[in-house]
Design a protein around this ligand. Structure first.
Ligand SMILES: Nc1ncnc2c1ncn2[C@H]1C[C@H](O)[C@@H](COP(=O)(O)O)O1
Ligand SMILES: [Mg+2]
Length: 215
């Protein structure tokens, strides 16, 4: 086979590695910001320190303390500016830009809006435009069912993702967050790997390279 034919063959045979990246607790500091705003809004109510957080839904853990705290937490989460003002998680923006510039890799931001979507959905777009630029708006997937989205990897903090598709095409990279850091590895999704921090670039680069080899 001639050199130019070989190149053509490679172009036909390879496809991009598709990586979905979650926003809350992966790119944006949802939990830290919620705790800060909760204490400001309700200084006389009990709060749950990040070290004490267990289980994905912060709303449930507050509701377990006292039923009415759940609706108060939802009020803070759904208030104007909550999602727009979330600070980025350390190293996240640079890491995602670097992953997306890697040869043969495409990145989409895949995030679930609150059912109280009025501010949340719009502000998620504003946040992405602010930190990634306007071009990235074409890479946003807003869905409450991530199982139906086709990809190779999903980087997400939630450890019990379910939906209409029983066998999602992606393998999960469990991003460590306050609510899942104590979850033992036997309770993590099948075939998942953990990523502790975006600052651990050796690990995320290895995960991407390993996934590329499996294409
Ligand atoms: N830890 C959380 N507790 C309650 N609600 C949460 C938490 N993390 C995210 N959320 C909200 C915010 C989003 O609108 C949806 C799902 O977020 P996602 O990070 O896309 O799974 O739930
Ligand atoms: Mg999340």
């Amino acid at each position: 086979m001639s050199r130019s034919n070989k190149k053509t063959k490679r172009l036909w045979e390879t496809r991009n590695l598709r990586v979905l990246v979650d926003m809350d607790c992966v790119l944006a500091d949802f939990e830290g910001s919620l705790l800060k705003k909760w204490k400001e809004r309700y200084p006389n109510e009990p709060h749950i320190a990040l070290e004490e957080r267990r289980g994905f839904y912060v709303t449930k853990q507050y509701g377990d303390i006292r039923e009415d705290l759940k609706s108060k937490i939802i009020e803070v989460l759904s208030s104007e500016g909550f999602f727009r003002e979330l600070p980025p998680i350390e190293g996240a923006i640079d890491a995602i830009k670097e992953i997306s510039s890697m040869e043969g890799v495409e990145v989409f931001i895949c995030t679930a809006p609150l059912k109280e979507y009025q501010h949340c959905a719009v502000e998620k777009y504003e946040w992405i435009e602010k930190y990634f630029g306007r071009d990235w708006l074409a890479r946003v997937i807003l869905t409450r069912d991530k199982t139906v989205i086709s990809a190779d990897l999903l980087i997400d903090d939630r450890t019990d993702i379910t939906g209409a598709e029983k066998n999602p095409s992606w393998r999960q990279v469990v991003f460590t967050a306050c609510h899942n850091k104590h979850t033992p590895s036997n309770l993590l999704p099948k075939h998942s790997v953990r990523l502790e921090s975006w600052l651990d670039s050796d690990t995320w680069k290895q995960i991407i390279e390993d996934a590329k080899k499996k294409l």
